[in-house]
Design a protein around this ligand. Structure first.
Ligand code: SF4
Length: 696
């Protein structure tokens, strides 16, 4: 009789990390669904989540450790044992530490709830240079939130289920999916909520919206200034909330005076009359409204101000700590409980300044600046970086201008990639340390913040297939080889869990029944009159941020109109679909057949003038990168822009399905590695124009 079991774990197909239930029969994963014990998700998952099984049984992934033999990028490696690979890396690291110090080591990953082991590893080595992928994601939104509230963007969740009006600036939530969020939004729509969707391009989310504003690319800030202008001038804001919780309202009111809707109409293309109507609507629905601060706003140089004014719109409507608005997330401390213990024993404090300048050269920036860390590799300023660990992260796919990045890698003595996939970056690595997939590995316990805080756990459903290992094991083995084992007295993942849970009142066994542990029975709401814990110096929402002003960045910046594209060129926009994660699963055998290549959206009238129609081949180019791509001519994209899905044009031949399929948008972003939003830190990935012409 078949031996069956059910394992509650956490999905690893994208950075959302939904709770899952994995069914296993005779040591094989047979089905993956949502974890039915989690009311927000039920058994539903997105297409990628369901396809997780095919990652497991796909052999087009690194199956064993490898050490490079030929030139970087030549694809010549030899397969080695784990001992040989780890000894090799440890020896190289020891040389680098002896010559340049621990600070010469950089590590980047995707961030998320399981990073602590890698941060502890870096700390043990004496390096301050841990980076996540946020420069190409939400870093400017994060800093916008910090400047107003004193905490980052994850300090609030959004209550879509009870909202009456949700306003989304390119937050394509039904294609760039978080399953719980999408379900909550659909529930909200069923209850009568409205969506206003603002994007130069139509999307699946736009198709569910009550209003789609086809805004001119790069003008969100102009729109926000005009909306704030209306709300204040017409007295549509929540005066009681503003007077209780906002510092600097007069400054705001004066600043937006010149930014009239009639002025903004010329910038954005959105009729002023519609802006007035919209403001009446949201004021009527307040405080149950959500202006989404933005998820991935790493697009324009003024992203910080776009996000900051978006948050301010929520504040003006009093949409804070109310059902249907922005809700403070609560941690174990808010439930009167002890949080998880830190991983690592007696880890030394790292006094070194960060190589990327965060916190000193850029005193207002709190989180890592990977693009500046790459600059440090290039220049050796403020000090040399000689080793780069890339963990489950693909800078050559996610950051702009891979050609420029590869040039920078020439300054490294060691490039190590630890991944479950053949990433674009792995092709240039000196050593590949293959991690096992999320279905084959357990991870550290993570804190789950929210209205009902708790802890959750990823647990291996099956043993590792092939010669792969979990990340926590890899870093602890390296630490031990470098004489830092005293900080990591763990042999098994259970040892780590035990140390994390010590004194919390929660045991490892408590996770068995549902995969997570909730610390309270009822949701925690803060007292809106007297108990909102803003972390700013004044304890209120600060329209004028001293920190940013002192760093030389005004709290609100004079608006700058985006440059119009030259003749024959277009602003390159990019985005996602529901069955891909950036580009990570382009080679997935289950997902690849649904989308083999990307296409180029171009405005229909513009295309007609160029002699192009849907289905024709166009040539798209920037710098030396020039590729052919099929055209989709449509009125659903702004005339100044073209659009393509991100993540195509893979260059690793071992990925037979995705190899050289489609156009790589990041290779068209020539010169953008050094272009970023100085106030918020994000890369400005849409600050580039590409040439488009009919293919010859
Ligand atoms: S959104 Fe989809 S891929 Fe991402 S964690 Fe959830 S189920 Fe997995």
């Amino acid at each position: 009789m078949a031996e069956t079991k059910v394992v509650y774990s956490i999905c690893g197909m994208c950075a959302v990390r939904c709770p899952i239930m994995v069914e296993v029969e005779d040591g094989k994963v047979t089905w993956i669904s949502g974890n039915p014990h989690d009311a927000g998700i039920g058994t539903g998952l997105c297409a990628k989540g369901v396809a997780g099984r095919s990652v497991l049984y796909d052999t087009e992934r690194p199956l064993s450790p490898m050490i490079r033999e030929g030139e970087r990028g030549s694809g010549k490696w030899r397969t080695v044992s784990w001992d040989e690979a780890l000894d090799y890396v440890a020896e190289k690291l020891r040389e680098i530490i002896d010559n340049y110090g621990g600070r010469a080591i950089l590590l980047s990953d995707r961030g998320g709830p399981f990073v602590e082991i890698r941060k502890a590893f870096m700390q043990a080595l004496g390096s301050p240079n841990y980076c996540n992928h946020d420069v190409t994601c939400g870093i400017s939104v994060n800093h916008a939130a910090m400047s107003l509230f004193g905490f980052g963007r994850t300090g609030f969740s959004y209550d879509y289920k009870n909202a009456k009006h949700v306003v989304l600036y390119g937050r394509n939530m039904l294609e760039s999916i978080k399953v719980k969020t999408a379900r909550a939004m659909i529930d909200g729509l069923a209850k009568g909520a409205k969506i206003t969707y603002i994007d130069p391009r139509f999307s699946v989310t736009a198709s569910k919206a009550h209003r789609w504003w086809q805004i001119r690319p790069g003008t969100d800030y102009a729109l926000n200034l005009a909306l704030i202008h209306i709300l204040i001038k017409e007295g549509l804001y929540d005066k009681a909330f503003v007077s209780r919780w906002v510092e600097g309202f007069e400054y705001l009111a004066n600043f937006v005076k010149p930014y009239t809707p009639e002025w903004a109409e010329k910038e954005t293309g959105i009729p002023a009359q519609e802006m007035y109507l919209f403001c009446q609507e949201v004021a009527k629905d307040a405080p149950h409204v959500i202006f989404h601060g933005g998820w991935m706003r790493a697009r324009y140089r003024q992203a910080f101000y776009e996000a900051r004014t978006t948050y301010i719109l929520n504040v003006l409507l009093g949409a804070i700590e109310v059902p249907g608005g922005l809700v403070f997330v609560k941690g174990p401390g808010d439930a009167g409980k002890k949080g998880l213990n830190k991983i690592g024993v007696n880890l030394p404090k790292v006094e070194e300044k960060r190589a990327d300048g965060a916190g000193w050269k850029y005193p207002h920036i709190k989180t890592p600046l990977l693009h500046r860390a790459l600059e440090a590799i290039k220049t050796g300023d403020p000090y040399p970086i000689k080793a780069y660990f890339v963990h489950r992260h693909d800078p050559l796919l996610g950051l702009p201008d891979p050609e420029a990045q590869i040039e920078i890698y020439k300054n490294l003595d060691l490039l190590v990639v630890c991944d479950i996939n053949w990433s674009e970056t792995s092709w240039w690595a000196d050593v590949i340390l293959p991690e096992c997939t999320y279905l084959e590995r357990s991870d550290i316990i993570a804190t789950q913040k929210g209205l009902k805080p708790g802890f959750r756990r990823r647990k291996a459903a099956i043993s590792p297939m092939y010669n792969t290992r979990p990340g926590w094991w890899i870093y602890i083995q390296l630490a031990k080889r470098l004489g830092k084992g005293e900080h990591f007295p763990y042999e098994t993942i259970e040892d780590i869990w035990q140390a994390q849970l010590e004194g919390t009142g929660v045991s490892i066994e408590d996770f068995e029944a549902k995969g997570s542990v909730t610390l309270v029975d009822k949701p925690i709401w803060f007292d809106r009159e007297n108990g909102l814990p803003f972390k700013t110096p004044s304890g209120k929402i600060e329209i004028v941020s001293q920190k940013w002003e002192e760093a030389g960045y005004p709290s609100l910046k004079e608006y700058e109109s985006p440059e119009a594209p030259p003749e024959g060129r277009f602003r390159l926009l990019f985005g996602r679909v529901a069955y891909q994660t950036h580009g990570m699963w382009m080679n997935n055998p289950a997902l690849h057949p649904y989308l083999k290549e990307n296409i180029l959206w171009i405005n229909k009238d513009v295309a007609a003038k160029m002699g192009l129609k849907t289905g024709d081949l166009a040539e798209v180019a920037n710098g030396s990168y020039r590729k052919k791509i099929r055209v989709f001519a449509t009125e659903l994209i702004h005339p100044e822009a073209v659009f393509m899905l991100h993540g195509f044009g893979h260059t690793v031949p071992y990925q037979s399905r995705a190899y050289q399929k489609g156009v790589a948008d990041q290779r068209l972003e020539v010169g953008l590695l050094d272009v970023f939003d100085p106030a918020g830190g994000a890369s400005a990935l849409c600050e580039c124009f590409v040439e488009v012409k009919p293919a010859s």
